[in-house]
Design a protein around this ligand. Structure first.
Ligand code: SAM
Length: 243
């Protein structure tokens, strides 16, 4: 594994105390859904290493928050494999509750809800740690929804859409793969567009950034923002060919 000291994570990992039912999911369900990269070499991990079936495609969600977005997509697209990363343990517990069915308060077991297929893998830490281990071109879609805005100019390089992360995503994404970024911070959207243009690995393909892309599932953060009067900005990027 990469040395954590090489990557500084600036977000929070823990919030309010986790209920015992959710703690049980962390203890019993998370180990079944968390892939191990121990002993893996760089550029080695393929979808076959993650899932017990051959997914039609693999999609990545970075910073899934409460997990409702990936949970809904995974239920709808059972033939797609999802790799979802979030270091905030309360968010991980929330995603596990969605996958287990207990977010609606009915489930008593700690397995997957019977309506689900086993198509979600969870990394309960900084996604950047595992980027190097994946083979090239494994992801067909990448979602970065309401990333931490880091509004101060001196913290701009912490914004996830920085050029270092763009280079990683470029390697990890397949031909024509799509990278979805949603934010309600105008400066973040503008900065992202500048960074993308400067590096020229991706091109923006949506014209009207106020219109959600087809098939859009709003996150909890997005819904709260709209109720508070904030306006979502949707950026859809496509990986450019031959760079
Ligand atoms: C503002 S929240 C948005 C959560 C969710 N996407 C939503 O829209 O409701 C941003 C999330 O990104 C996560 N995050 C930040 N840096 C990350 C990283 N390097 N790897 C994985 N998750 C990260 C944070 O922990 C936080 O939960």
């Amino acid at each position: 594994m990469l040395d954590k000291k090489e990557l500084r994570f600036f977000g929070r990992r823990k919030g309010k105390a986790i209920k015992s039912s959710k703690q049980q999911l962390i203890d019993e369900l998370l180990p079944k859904l968390k892939p191990s990269f121990e002993g893996k070499k760089q550029n080695e991990v393929s979808p076959q290493d993650l899932f017990s079936f051959q997914p039609k495609e693999c999609w990545l969600e970075i910073g899934f928050g409460g997990g409702e977005h990936v949970a809904e997509l995974a239920l709808k697209y059972k033939d797609v494999g999802f790799f979802a990363a979030e270091p905030f343990i309360n968010g991980v517990a929330s995603l596990l509750a969605h996958l287990n069915g207990s977010h609606e308060g009915k489930t008593t077991h700690t397995g997957l809800d019977e309506a689900r297929s086993d198509n979600v893998r969870i990394w309960d830490d900084d996604v950047r740690e595992v980027f190097p281990y994946f083979q090239e071109g494994v992801f067909k879609k990448v979602f970065l929804l309401y990333p931490d805005p880091w509004p101060k100019a001196r913290h701009a390089e912490r914004r996830f859409t920085n050029q270092i992360n763009q280079r990683h995503l470029y390697r990890l994404m397949g031909d024509d793969a799509l990278f979805y970024v949603a934010t309600d911070v105008k400066e973040y959207a503008e900065w992202t567009l500048e960074q993308v243009e400067e590096l020229s690995l991706f091109e923006q393909i949506n014209k009207d950034t106020s219109v959600p892309p087809e098939d859009w599932v709003p996150t909890r953060y997005e819904k709260k923002g709209i109720l508070a009067g904030r306006k979502p900005i949707y950026l859809v990027f496509q990986k450019k060919k031959h760079k």
